[in-house]
Write a protein that binds this ligand. Sequence first.
Ligand code: NAD
Length: 345
Amino acid sequence: VTPIRVVQWGLGAMGAGMARLVLSKPGLRLAGCVDSRPDLAGRDAGTVLGTGPLGLPVSADPARLLAEQRPDVVLIATTSWLAEQMADLETIVTAGADCVSIAEEMAAPAVADPALAERLDKLARAHRVSVVGTGVNPGFVLDLLVVMLTGGCHEVRSVEARRVNDLSPYGPTVMRTQGVGLTLAGFAAGVADGTVAGHVGFPQSVRMISDALGLGVDRVEETREPIVSAVRRETPHVVVEPGMVAGCDHRCVGYRGATPVIRLTHPQQVRPDLAGQATGDHIVIDGTPPVHMTISPEYAGGLATQALAVNLIPHVRRAGPGLKSMLDLPVPAALMGEPAYLRQP
Ligand code: NAD
């Protein structure tokens, strides 16, 4: 059976993990890698990934790579923002490849920009390929899992989901965008000028849940509060002294009229364990029957994002043309063993 040929676009923390996972799956073949970092261009992808030589130089010229390799699927892991990724998505679609993006805004692209989403959908249909956005969150824990858990409910009045995680593994960019290590005044200023952004993806998750269940959410409100640390916390990238900010308690409420029907909370901080806070994912459905689900500790975000992107490859191959969401595709499953995913569509 012919393996599915995959190009990895973006070789950062997520993309490199995705490329290594592609290499480990018998039904998939890594056909090339793209990254715009000058220090990576031309280097053997295998040395960048730490797997040993692969004979695949990292390309800084994606259009040419795609024209030469004609991959079946491109996985893209470069940015969070639809507008920033749009030109690259158009390059992929125009080259005739299906695409899985982990950009947060791609989980429900019409939320950020309906016109861009429509343009991408039309282009994908014209080239008979499909494009989908996924990732741990948005794309899985605070939306798809919530939706699936309501599948056995007669009725749902409201849903609440909370993801408590540890930011310690992440680097300087995440520390900055979550306000870790700031004073209270610095955090307030950062929220005001947008540098402390918190989690990217709440409006997308709310849209997915509301659309899937027909909850009719017509307004979304977000709040970002500092998580002030009572203890000293330290990671390789930041030191938080007592009284300083250890992270961002970001919350979002989706209203139908005056009624809150979806509540999502995602307090993100370094070393929550030092404050006696366990990590975990919690979903509470006020419905008939009521549903309470807890995953403890948190569903590991980096590993899950890499896996979701790769595990969707057979699904995006078989999806009809156009822009898809996680709600349109079959239930994602780990690609194991001698699998059915080797069958070409
Ligand atoms: P990263 O900064 O480690 O890696 C990004 C890589 O992409 C870098 O190597 C950079 O050089 C490269 N790059 C950027 N723009 C490019 C372009 N136009 N062409 C080629 N290469 C380009 O980031 P990461 O941790 O790998 O995450 C990637 C993105 O995915 C981030 O925006 C992150 O927020 C998002 N993400 C989403 C989810 C989710 O749940 N949906 C989960 C994890 C990460």
